[in-house]
Ligand binder design. Structure first.
Ligand code: G6P
Ligand code: MG
Length: 223
């Protein structure tokens, strides 16, 4: 594994790492699942984490065997409906919704001179960062609309290193989803997974929750 003193920057996923929008995504997608007749399960909800809007819809349709039942226009309408509901739900977000420990972690990275970029496939990420009061902490946000492929493809994490003008080897990617950890590893960055170690077993470093993530703890694990 890379030595910690080579690390110069952090690429953050947003949903499930900085704030818990996963519950809002799940709530909004469940309405779509009910509408198309796909049974909503925890496994399905987990598998959607980190997956782009249209890819998520495809997974929901497929899970119920409905992948051939909707035209492209109908799919776009379903995705737009989901987003309208989701946008209503995230209107309530404030800086108090930053996950435990994450504000301190981000501030300590800033104070120690690390660069930060955002590697979220969410088209709503700029609005969410603004609601959380975190926009200025980041060097930049990868524009998900410009990506050819979503996670687990490494593209977004390669771009997140470019935003910071760093070599991928100098970057730690921070994720809560298996698809995201795969993307970080594919980009040749160090992967830091937050959550269940069974789900995130591919990660170089695993932390049980956001509160456990500190510079000191990372240093200790990496050596
Ligand atoms: C994140 C979430 C996914 C979501 C995706 C797209 O990666 O983990 O659940 O589908 O962003 O979000 P958007 O806000 O563009 O629909
Ligand atoms: Mg996530």
């Amino acid at each position: 594994m890379t030595n910690f003193n080579e690390i110069k920057g952090f690429a953050f996923d947003l949903d499930g790492v900085i704030t818990d929008t996963a519950k809002f995504h799940a709530q909004a997608w469940q309405q779509v699942a009910d509408k198309v007749g796909t049974n909503w399960t925890e496994d399905l909800a987990d598998g959607l984490k980190g997956i782009s809007r249209m890819d998520s819809l495809e997974m929901i349709l497929k899970a119920g065997g409905h992948e051939n039942d909707y035209s492209q226009a109908e799919k776009e309408k379903l995705a737009a409906e989901k987003n309208d509901n989701y946008v209503q739900l995230i209107k309530t977000l404030t800086p108090d919704d930053i996950l435990p420990g994450m504000l301190d972690f981000i501030k300590s990275l800033q104070a120690s001179g690390y660069k930060m970029s955002l590697a979220s496939v969410s088209l709503n990420a700029p609005v969410i960062l603004k609601s959380l009061g975190l926009t200025d902490a980041f060097e930049g946000i990868v524009n998900p609309a410009s990506l050819k492929k979503g996670k687990p493809d490494p593209e977004i994490y390669v771009r997140a290193a470019e935003v910071m003008k760093l070599d991928p080897k100098q970057v730690i990617g921070v994720e809560d989803a298996a698809a995201g950890v795969t993307a970080i590893n594919g980009a040749n960055e160090t992967s830091l997974g937050i959550g269940n170690s069974d789900v995130l077993h591919e990660a170089d470093l695993i932390f049980p929750d956001t509160a456990a993530v500190t510079i000191e703890a990372i240093k200790e694990k990496m050596g």
